[in-house]
Design a protein around this ligand. Structure first.
Ligand code: SF4
Length: 291
């Protein structure tokens, strides 16, 4: 398969065929993110995308899942997306689900009818980075959207029947904003009540503004113990009945998996156990920082 630059996908898309619909991220300004820094954003021509699909059909006997990359494939005009989804349905009748990353702005730009058409054409779930439920933090990281826009966009997608997998980043507000960031994130997630909540931990990536701020002493990162304490604050404030919560990303110090609100106490107990164990006095997961 032909791809342009480094390709990223959510952990749960490890066995999916990745179809590159856009190159890079249309925003590309979040201060902690270096995923698409080297790419100039563009939407790939439809003919190229369809050629890729035909090549994939020849190469793979079975394709159960397809993930539309790169950063925010939902920015693509609805008509083009519908054409891609109809080709997928025709070429890959065995495909059980199509998913993509999306930004809140992508969701707000589309009408409820457009989102419903996309869902009916096969777009089953989208992955969206909330990062924080705090307006102050979103501004500081230059996320380019407000919490209200994110909640509104997510509820619009839910209304259209599109499932949501939302990520939040522990440690993003540094030591000064730890508690308000966790409480506000729990509040925003509780309003959205997505099918999946993914907790990730901030890692300082090469070439980002956040890393430069940390090196210059302007950003005080959390210690591993504080990171787990912050995660505990979030889970204790979370009221998101039915959401599957996971912290299985490699950046996390404690792996959680459960369904809210049923497993909330068990998850809090896991976090308390980790906090009492003394293991968190260890250093950061340093190898991640060099990516
Ligand atoms: S975090 Fe998401 S929206 Fe922000 S720059 Fe990275 S890919 Fe783009």
């Amino acid at each position: 398969m032909r791809y342009e630059g480094q390709i990223y996908r959510p952990p749960s898309e490890a066995y999916s065929y990745i179809l590159q619909v856009t190159v890079g991220c249309s925003h590309n300004r979040c201060t902690f993110c270096n995923m698409y820094l080297e790419k100039k954003f563009r939407i790939r021509p439809l003919e190229e995308i369809l050629t890729d699909l035909k090549m994939a059909r020849k190469a793979y006997r079975y394709v159960g899942r397809i993930f539309l990359a790169d950063g925010d494939a939902l920015i693509v005009p609805t008509e083009t997306l519908l054409s891609i989804l109809s080709h997928i349905a025709r070429l890959f009748p065995e495909c059980e689900r199509v998913t993509s990353y999306a930004s809140a702005k992508d969701l707000l730009r589309k009408t409820p009818e457009e989102l419903k058409m996309l869902r009916e054409a096969g777009l089953e779930m989208i992955y969206l980075g909330l990062e924080s439920g705090s307006e102050q933090v979103l501004k500081a990281i230059d996320k380019g959207v407000t919490v209200e826009e994110t909640v509104e966009g997510c509820l619009k997608a839910k209304e259209a029947g599109i499932r949501l997998s939302i990520t939040q980043i522990t440690g993003l507000a540094g030591q000064d904003g730890m508690e308000p960031h966790a409480v506000a994130s729990a509040k925003a997630l509780s309003r959205i009540k997505p099918e999946y909540i993914g907790l990730m931990t901030l890692t300082l990536r090469r070439g980002t503004k956040m890393t430069a701020d940390w090196e210059a002493g302007r950003f005080k990162r959390l210690t591993p113990k504080q990171l787990v304490e912050e995660m505990r604050i979030l889970v204790s404030h979370l009221d998101s009945e039915g959401s599957v919560l996971r912290s299985n990303h490699i950046s996390n110090y404690v792996q959680l998996r459960g369904t809210m609100n049923r497993d909330k106490e068990a998850m809090l107990a896991s976090l308390d156990k980790a906090l009492k164990s003394g293991d968190l006095e260890n250093e950061y997961i340093e190898y991640l920082e060099n990516l």
